[in-house]
Design a protein around this ligand. Sequence first.
Ligand code: FES
Length: 139
Amino acid sequence: MKYIVATVDEIPLGSRKIVDVDGRSIGVFNVGGEYFALLNRCPHQGGPLCQGNTHGFLRSAGVGEYYYSRAGEIVRCPWHGWEYDLRTGQSWFDPGKVIVRRYEVAVVPGFEGLAKGPYVAETFPVSVEQQYVVVEIGR
Ligand code: FES
């Protein structure tokens, strides 16, 4: 099922919106114009993961050399600092075992009938002038 969770304007670059979809709390992030969605529940002890700070990677190839990459693509849980990749849901320390649920996100233009068909709009009316952020929840 696909859920309309926001207008594009509601999640500007570098921001996020926490939404309730079908009984789940989900964080939808806009990182450089790409959208990512993760379950707002940390696998460690259930903390509100998507309220945490985001950052990237600082790497070094040697003394005095460093580069920063993937800005904003890593979220740190506000409770104990476990870190997760927004792109994959994998944890940083044990990516093979500790993974947070992620969801597909798409931007769709408003059109007549958008809130029907495969889409569910629970919170607001849909207009043809807007673009919408849609999260897909599998069963
Ligand atoms: S609950 Fe998220 S790091 Fe502990």
